[in-house]
Design a protein around this ligand. Structure first.
Ligand SMILES: [Zn+2]
Length: 283
C-alpha cells in the first residue's frame, strides 16, 4: 500500500513538474516571439533609416557635383571676361603687318606717347616720342646696351602721318623716287606711325641707317633685342621689303622670344597667329 502511494505521489510530482516546465517554456517562447517581433520592427526601422541616409547622401553628392560644375563654369567665364577686358585695352593695330596693300589709317595716333629722355637720343635737341606702354621695354633695352658696352641711341621713333609724308617727299627731292621708296616706307604704311617702332644708331661714325649693320650694336641687337620684345622688321634677305638693320619694332616679349627661338620673321607669320599674342603684348 505504502509502495502504491509512493509510486502514485511520484507520478503526481512528475506531472506537476512537467506542467511547471511546460508553463515556463511557453512563457519563454512568448518572450522570444515578442523579442523577435521587436527586433524585426527595429530592423525595419534600421533599414528605413539606412535607405533614408543613402538617399540624403546621394542628394548631397549630386548637390556637390552641381556646385562644382557651376563653380568651374563661373571660373571659366570670369577668366574669359578677364582676357576680353585685357584685350579690349590693347590696340590691335600694334601687332598688324603693314604692307603696300594693307596700311595704317592716316588719322591713326597712338593713345599715349611719352618723350624719350635726351640721353638716349642721337640728336639731343630733337625730341622723340614713343608709345607710353611700350617705352619701359625700350628703356630696358637701351640701358642693357650701355651696361654691356655697346651703347645704342635712338635716331627716329614715333612719326605722325604728316611727318612721314614730309620726310618721304624730302627724301624724294634728295634721292629721287626710286631710292626714296627703298628706304622710307610709303607714308602711312610706316610702322613708325604706331609709336612702337624705332630706328637705332650709335655714336660710331658711319653707323646711321645703311651703315648700321657693320656695328657691334647691330650684332648685339640680333642676339638680345628679343629679350625686351623688339624684332627687326625687315631682316637681311627678306622678300618682304628691303633690308633695314636699323629699324626695330616692339611686338612684346612672348612673340619676340618665339620668333628668336624658331628663327622666324614677324612678316612671315600668319596674321591670325600673330594676333594670339596681343593679349600678352605688354607682359
Ligand atoms: Zn624705321
Amino acid at each position: 500500500m505504502v509502495a502504491v502511494i509512493l509510486i502514485l505521489s511520484s507520478f503526481g510530482y512528475a506531472g506537476y513538474s512537467f506542467w511547471l516546465i511546460q508553463k515556463q517554456y511557453l512563457n519563454s517562447e512568448t518572450k522570444v516571439l515578442n523579442l523577435e517581433n521587436g527586433l524585426s520592427v527595429s530592423q525595419k526601422n534600421l533599414s528605413e533609416l539606412k535607405s533614408e541616409y543613402l538617399t540624403t547622401l546621394e542628394l548631397l553628392k549630386n548637390e556637390k557635383q552641381t556646385n562644382a560644375y557651376f563653380e568651374e563654369k563661373i571660373n571659366t567665364i570670369s577668366s574669359t571676361v578677364g582676357i576680353l577686358e585685357k584685350l579690349s585695352k590693347i590696340d590691335s593695330e600694334l601687332l598688324k603687318k603693314y604692307s603696300k596693300v594693307y596700311f595704317l589709317n592716316e588719322n591713326y595716333i597712338p593713345p599715349r606717347l611719352t618723350d624719350i629722355p635726351t640721353n638716349y637720343l642721337y640728336v639731343k635737341d630733337k625730341p622723340l616720342q614713343f608709345h607710353a606702354d611700350a617705352y619701359p621695354f625700350l628703356q630696358k633695352l637701351l640701358d642693357a646696351s650701355i651696361t654691356e658696352g655697346v651703347p645704342i641711341l635712338v635716331i627716329s621713333a614715333y612719326r605722325s602721318f604728316g611727318t612721314q609724308a614730309y620726310l618721304k617727299s624730302s627724301y624724294k627731292v634728295t634721292y629721287g623716287i626710286g631710292t626714296a621708296n627703298k628706304f622710307s616706307a610709303d607714308q602711312g604704311y610706316s610702322e613708325h606711325q604706331l609709336g612702337t617702332t624705332v630706328d637705332f644708331t650709335t655714336q660710331v661714325t658711319g653707323s646711321n641707317f645703311v651703315g648700321f649693320d657693320k656695328t657691334d650694336a647691330y650684332k648685339w641687337l640680333l642676339a638680345n633685342a628679343y629679350k625686351y620684345g623688339f624684332v627687326i622688321s625687315y631682316p637681311k634677305q627678306n622678300t618682304y621689303y628691303s633690308f633695314e638693320p636699323w629699324h626695330w619694332r616692339f611686338v612684346g616679349v612672348a612673340l619676340s622670344a618665339r620668333l628668336q627661338n624658331e628663327n622666324l620673321n614677324f612678316y612671315f607669320l600668319d596674321q591670325r597667329e600673330i594676333d594670339q599674342n596681343l593679349v600678352n603684348l605688354f607682359d
